[in-house]
Design a protein. Sequence first.
Length: 260
Amino acid sequence: MTRDAANRFDDFFEDPAYLALKNSLYNYRVRRRAIRESLSGQSDGMTLEIGSGISPICRATDRTVFTELSFSALRVLRDAQGTGHYVVADATRLPFKPGVFRRAVCSEVLEHIEDDRAAVREMTSSLEPGGRLAVTFPHRQDFYAVDDRFVGHHRRYDLADMATMLRESGFRPLAVAKVLGPLEKLTMGATAALLARLSSAAFRGVSPRSRTSPPEALVKVFCLLNRLYAGLARVDARVWPARLASVLLIVAEKRKAQGN
C-alpha cells in the first residue's frame, strides 16, 4: 500500500459510522475465526500482525505486535484494546530484527501493496526458522471487479501464484483452506456499487469528521444481521469447490536452514 492510499484510508478512520460498523462485518468475522483456528495450536512466542487497521485478527496480549501504515488506525486500535504493542510501519520495510517472531498474520493486506513480494520477504525475515505465517487473500484474478477497485486492490491472486510467491520468499505452504465463497463476492460487489453511488451523492464535499455516528439501535441491528450472515457465508464456502472461493487462507512455514 502506498502512503497516498493509506491517507485515503485515514478518511475512514475518522468516520464515526465506519468505526461503529467495521468490526461487525460478516466477512471480517469469518476471516478472524478461520485464521485463529488455523494457528490455535501455537500459543508461545511473539506474534506479528501486518496491516491490522482497526480490525485485528490476533488477540491483544503483551506478546502481540500490531503494525499498520496509518497512524490514525493504530491510535484507534490502541485506544480500543490497550494491551499489545503498536508500531507504525510499512509492510515492505518492517523495523524488526530477523527471526523475532514465532508467527505472523497478514489478512487481506498484500493485495493493497504495490510491491507485494517485498512485503512477503520482510515477513520471512521477521519470522524465526520454522515460524508460521497465516495469509488470507482475494482469490481468482478473473474475479477482479468494482468491489476490488472500491477498496483499492491492486490485484487478486490465483492460488498457484500465491503459493509460488511464498515458496520463492522462503516459505513452505502447509495448508490451504476456503474462507469465503461466491456469496461473498456477489455481496461485496453489490455493496461496493451501492456505496459508490451513495457516497458520491450524499457526502460530496462533507468531511468525514463532520459526519455523525449511526443510532445505537441501527448498530445493534447491523451487528445481528452480520452475525447471522457470517454463518451463511461459512456454509457457502464449504459447499463450493476451492476454485470458486473468493477468499483463501494459506498457512506456511518458514523453511529451516539445511542441517537443522
